[in-house]
Design a protein around this ligand. Structure first.
Ligand SMILES: *Cc1c(COP(=O)(O)O)cnc(C)c1O
Length: 366
């Protein structure tokens, strides 16, 4: 089937025809064939994230990425005697704060501007001011803007203080090299429809076994009980509690095969990075300024400022969509901007084609 457009959005994203094909069968779930697919995925995720299987486990959870974040926060943080610090520099950081509110978790929000990265020095100062903090959460790739936060600098600060760490690496895992063993974090979260290039339907959480083992009965939600999901998947290897998204699981297994065939996370990062660079340079040449300093810009998504106060984003969007690409509105509250993603089954020639279309738009709207 011909696709009407290529998604230049940060998840869902454009997947390969073979990933879509993997969904054409109605699979059964109760037998060992299916459970071995689940087990393979769980172990390949650890390899992808450079997490030692002795130390870490992968838990798969039905739902979108936010379900994975909520399950992790709601299971990791005990009902009593815990304080969560959240480093926030965009909408996804604020979402963790919102989750903490729902769960009535005492939380200290350290808020940065959306066009800055989380600053470890400010976090150190906040920790000194709040010795009561027991848990810490932040975002790796803040999809609001495309900023990449310095988790490598933040994690040792937490380890030193015995603070349990939660990283939302939703839009970076699989597309930006991450070494979980080196990070030594407790929980790191992503979902099927981001850089592994599967389709939406489940989240995955890499958790340190010794930490997760201490969370029995912490959860305030049955469906989002990460501990229980882990126990079910471990006692009967590969078994999901409750109905799993079978088509999505098979598509994801295929997507992991294709990630390896591409050369793994490093190779995929190189492709995303090259496309992001081409896009960034090309767009600036067409008169669109960057919102984010290239020093903190990641390869996932790029924000561009409107070229003029009366810029017609709706018209611009429709012009591009009619010619085969879907882009994303902006999310930086203070700067009128839009975003273009560079993840998914997207090649350099696609970015070149996009730049030509935007060039045409600029010509016509001079
Ligand atoms: C995509 C994303 C999420 C999850 O969003 P869902 O809509 O629930 O899939 C969370 N955090 C970040 C940084 C993301 O990019």
């Amino acid at each position: 089937m011909k696709q009407p457009y290529l998604l230049l959005t940060p998840g869902p994203l454009s997947t390969t025809p073979t990933v879509k094909e993997a969904m054409q069968i109605d699979y059964c779930t109760w037998d060992s064939d299916y459970r071995s697919v689940t087990e393979t995925i769980r172990s390949q995720i650890l390899t992808m994230a450079q997490a030692n299987p002795e130390t870490y486990t992968t838990v798969l959870l039905q739902g979108s990425g936010s379900y994975g974040v909520e399950a992790t926060v709601g299971t990791a943080v005990p009902r009593e005697g815990a304080v969560l610090m959240i480093a926030i520099n965009g909408a996804y950081g604020h979402r963790i704060s919102e989750i903490a509110e729902y769960y009535q978790i005492p939380h200290v929000d350290v808020v940065f501007n959306e066009d800055e990265a989380v600053d470890p020095q400010r976090i150190a100062a906040a920790l000194a001011e709040h010795p009561e903090v027991t848990h810490f959460a932040t975002i790796h790739s803040e999809t609001t803007t495309g900023v990449l936060n310095p988790i490598e600098a933040l994690m040792p600060m937490m380890r030193e203080r015995g603070i349990i760490t939660i990283i939302d690496a939703m839009s970076s895992m699989g597309g930006v090299p991450i070494n979980v063993d080196d990070l030594d974090c407790d929980y790191i979260i992503s979902s099927a429809n981001k850089c592994v290039q599967g389709v939406p339907g489940f989240a995955y959480i890499i958790a340190k076994k010794t930490t997760l083992a201490q969370t029995a009965e912490n959860a305030r939600s049955l469906c989002l009980d990460l501990y229980d999901q882990w126990q079910a998947m471990t006692k009967q290897p590969g078994k999901w509690r409750f109905t799993s998204p079978t088509h999505v699981v098979h598509a994801f297994a295929q997507a992991l095969i294709e990630l390896n065939a591409e050369g793994g996370v490093d190779a995929r990062y190189q492709r995303y990075h090259a496309n992001q660079q081409l896009l960034s340079t090309g767009m600036q040449g067409l008169g669109f300024d960057l919102v984010i300093d290239p020093a903190i810009q990641g390869p996932i998504i790029t924000s561009f400022a409107y070229p003029s106060a009366n810029f017609d984003f709706a018209g611009f969007y429709e012009f591009i969509k009619a010619r085969g690409f879907v882009i994303y509105p902006g999310k930086v509250s203070t700067i009128p901007s839009f975003r273009i993603g560079t993840i998914g089954d997207v090649e350099t020639t696609d970015i070149q084609r996009l730049l030509a279309i935007i060039g045409d738009y600029q010509q016509l709207n001079r």
